[in-house]
Design a protein around this ligand. Structure first.
Ligand code: ZN
Length: 151
């Protein structure tokens, strides 16, 4: 278990140091801003959707702690090629994973690399860091103009 934890930590540190998709998209047709006042994490998310509500491309910019940056990096990789319905289902599963209690079984089903955030449930203060990019994603998909808040 410790080895797995180290591996998870290494993935988060790697994505924090070299965030994937850290750019504004030229052809974005959705975007939203997210802010986690508890930690000071801020991000702007850009999405390009096709006519079938499938994500063609995703990018983000902003600044925040390692967990929020790694979460946005891994999330933008994860959502490419997925439909809005698939993303909603994944968000539910991800949210359940990071907010479950330690004695509940971990459910990684279909989450792929996002499983690295399972350790966050040990640190309730960090849950909002891990979910900020997802709340922002939902705001972008819902076309909300107000900035996303984790509260
Ligand atoms: Zn944070």
């Amino acid at each position: 278990m410790d080895e797995l934890r180290e591996l998870y930590q290494a993935t988060i540190l790697d994505h924090n140091k070299k965030p994937r998709n850290f750019r504004e998209l030229d052809h974005a047709n959705r975007s939203a801003e997210g802010h986690n006042p508890l930690c000071g994490d801020k991000l702007t998310l850009y999405l390009e959707l096709d006519d079938d509500n499938r994500v063609l491309d995703a990018g983000f910019q902003g600044s925040g702690c390692a967990i929020s940056t790694a979460s946005a990096s891994l999330m933008t990789e994860f959502v490419k090629g997925k439909t809005v319905d698939e993303i909603d289902a994944s968000f539910q599963r991800f949210h359940n994973l990071v907010t479950s209690t330690m004695d509940e079984p971990e459910d990684f089903d279909g989450l792929g690399k996002l499983a690295v955030f399972s350790g966050v449930r040990e640190f309730p203060m960090r849950v909002k860091c891990a979910t900020l990019s997802w709340h922002t994603l939902r705001a972008a998909l819902g076309g909300e103009i107000e900035p996303a808040k984790t509260e």
